[in-house]
Design a protein around this ligand. Structure first.
Ligand code: NAD
Ligand code: GLY
Length: 363
């Protein structure tokens, strides 16, 4: 095992550590520190299980271990899939002292975390994220849940894990498209509150794309530190945690319109972030040069900068309105007032929003 970076998400008695490094998933002594009781349900999927199921299973061999292998894909992030986990937990007589371990990307983590939040009103939960997106974002901060056919992540709970174990070795088996999708969320952190980090990504994008370990660890560490700070201040998204949703209102509409899984979440976030940047430009908050700089970085990461043009404007607006940031019927968007400066904005008129969405979809 090489060097391990570790720091805490500070949430009082619910604080927990994030571990980032190589060779972590086989460390039985590390895992054992965060497992309560004897019963462990390892939740993974059909793609990740053959890659890492045995290593993690062996590290957990001193426990009474069951494994639930879910079908792979965003379209299975449903309440029905969570029910299959409840069925397994009940049938196997798992009690309140059990631990659920999520091994996989954001889909597995969100589903397993939601099952942990609900089963017997909450059982111990450990996150082992294996995609870049999950390591920089979804495994940290306690958002768990599933999609509703009419809206992304509409059913869920805030439920923090006992720890997050991000093993960078697992990123070597990711395909290039999934790696790029994770980079979209890394770019997001730079945009919302750290221009220097954005500049660092511009300088190091080729290293990230070629999976340079040192660059990946730095990107994961910076992203997680930023997320941990924001979550510590605003765990349940009463205020600034919403900034982490830059590009997501647009992106979720793209994902839902195309059918979950057609575009990857990170791809939809990339296009959505560029839409938010162009909206900000139309309000005079960003310069043309800044928008170009943002689009150029996403392009270099091989990510889309525009939505698919064959979505109807009305459908797009309707999907944007099914968003957890909507309050009292008012759409709240995360916009940019510079690279590294983001705001929650609720004053955009329906007319202006429609005009800009129409321009995006019928350029
Ligand atoms: P994903 O979980 O679907 O994983 C992407 C693909 O990579 C899947 O096919 C998966 O099986 C595969 N995979 C996972 N690990 C692998 C590995 N090491 N090697 C090879 N293949 C591997 O998608 P994702 O991008 O990880 O996560 C996206 C999901 O996360 C979305 O549902 C999104 O809504 C959610 N999300 C949640 C939060 C949160 O705060 N909870 C934040 C951001 C995103
Ligand atoms: N991914 C957004 C959040 O965790 O708040």
């Amino acid at each position: 095992m090489g060097q391990v970076t570790t720091f805490d998400v500070e949430l009082g008695e619910r604080s927990y550590p994030i571990f980032i490094g190589s060779g972590l998933i086989g460390k039985s002594d590390l895992l054992a520190l965060y497992i309560k009781g004897k019963q462990v349900l390892l939740v993974t999927n059909t793609l990740v299980d053959p890659l890492y199921g045995t290593t993690v299973g062996s590290a957990l061999s001193s426990f009474d271990l069951r494994t639930a292998v879910l079908p792979d894909g965003e379209r299975y992030k449903t309440i029905e899939t969570v029910t299959t986990l409840f069925d397994c937990l009940v049938k196997e007589k798992f009690d309140r002292g059990c631990t659920i371990v999520a091994l996989g990307g954001g889909v597995v983590g969100d589903i397993a975390g939601f099952a942990a939040a609900c089963y017997q009103r909450g059982v111990n939960f450990v996150q082992i994220p294996t995609t870049l997106l999950a390591q920089v974002d979804s495994s940290v901060g306690g958002k768990t849940g599933v999609n509703h056919p009419l809206g992304k992540n509409m059913i869920g709970a805030f439920y923090q894990p006992q720890c997050v174990i991000a093993d960078t070795d697992t990123l070597m088996s990711l395909d290039d498209r999934q790696l790029a999708a994770g980079i979209a969320e890394v770019i997001k952190y730079g945009l919302i509150r750290d221009e220097r980090f954005f500049g660092w990504i511009e300088t190091n994008i080729e290293k990230l794309l070629s999976r340079d370990k040192e660059a990946l660890v730095l990107a994961i560490e910076n992203s997680c530190r930023m997320k941990a700070e924001i979550v510590a201040l605003d765990e349940r998204e009463a205020g600034q945690r919403a900034l982490l949703n830059l590009g997501h209102t647009y992106g979720h509409a793209i994902e839902a319109a195309l059918g979950y899984g057609t575009w990857l979440h990170g791809e939809a976030v990339a296009a959505g972030t560029c839409m938010a940047a162009r909206q900000s430009r139309s309000m005079g908050w960003l310069s043309g040069g800044e928008v170009e700089r943002i689009e150029s970085l996403f392009r270099r990461a091989k990510l889309p900068v525009s939505p698919p043009v064959d979505i109807e404007v009305d459908q797009f607006l309707e999907l944007m309105a099914v968003d957890k940031k909507v309050m009292g019927g008012v759409q709240r968007l995360i916009l940019l007032q510079g690279i590294g400066t983001s705001v929650v904005y609720s004053e955009l008129s329906r007319k202006d929003l429609r005009k800009n969405i129409a321009a995006e979809l019928r350029p």
